[in-house]
Design a protein around this ligand. Sequence first.
Ligand code: KG4
Ligand code: ZN
Length: 353
Amino acid sequence: MLVLGIETSCDETGVALVEDGSRVRSNVIADQRTLHDRYGGVVPEVASRAHVDLLHPAVEQALAFGGARLNDVDGFAVTVGPGLAGSLLVGVAAAKAYALALDRPLIGVNHLIAHVYANVIEHGPLPLPAAVFVVSGGHTSLLVMGSDGAFRVLGQTIDDAAGEAYDKVARVLGLGYPGGPILDRLAAGGDPGAVRFPRALLDDGTDDFSLSGLKTAVLRHVRAVARSGGQLRPADVAASFQEAVVDVQVSKVVGAARREGLDTVLLAGGVAANSRLRSRLRDEARKAGIRVLVPSPALCTDNGAMVACAGSLALERGERSPLDVGADPNLPIVPGVGRRAVRRASARPRQAD
Ligand code: KG4
Ligand code: ZN
């Protein structure tokens, strides 16, 4: 079965062709970064217009690279939420049009669940049950994925998402957007013990996270150094910030997996590309007899392959979405369990709040 996956939930236009649920024949990502760079964050209106321009060429490319014609596609998978409303709508409208014109099934996919399924592409069928940690620009969620593939929420962020914190701190340090990967690289040359930043909720006994205080602490540090006329060491600040984030993440994820009696952790989302999180989580989990599965960095950030993969498996189970399926910017990972609105919806240029 050949499935074409479309991802337009934020600022990446992703289209991929995936065969039999996990073999990636092509994975095209049209990056909008240069368009949003000067605003210091994603501007929703700019993003949705760019998707309109980029989507059709990306579909053509995905078909060409995958050695297929549109008529060879057996089904269309598309992200229906969560994400930016206008951006989601572009992908959803296109997928509906293809499905209708070619008389092929359509399947709407939850973006966060697609992130988790990126693991299937590289590691094969998911060993369930497992603890799942989804860390992206809009979300930080610690979950249990049961043997039936259903999710149960253990905890989530009570303020900023992980990627949001990386992006805001990068902005404070004047590093550009998206800040996560830049900060990750910069931190490699810094001292993680240079500045002692707070580790919020580290031992609070919950599976929740909080990052807004840490972000403010970085801002205060930067201002204090400027006031004192000292020399700011961006690499040390980056490494110290990252260490504070990762300390809490690793402690909570391993702690939750142990408590729930789970021997596997599935790591997913754009922040799962973070080199320090990947290595420290693997090390700490190994000590507890827990294995960590994580996609390669390119499949951690938004892409069409993960959508095609999750969609293929749903189509194989006989699931279908109606042609009037809508986009839901706040689609929860567990039906009926609401969550805060996606806060990336508004870019706040050059200022951490
Ligand atoms: O999953 P994703 O591509 O988009 C959303 O669904 O939000 O995640 C994007 C986020 C951005 O905030 C980006 O800065 C962050 O993931 N990110 C990273 C790294 N690579 C991407 N954060 C930390 N370290 C990285 N290496
Ligand atoms: Zn994402």
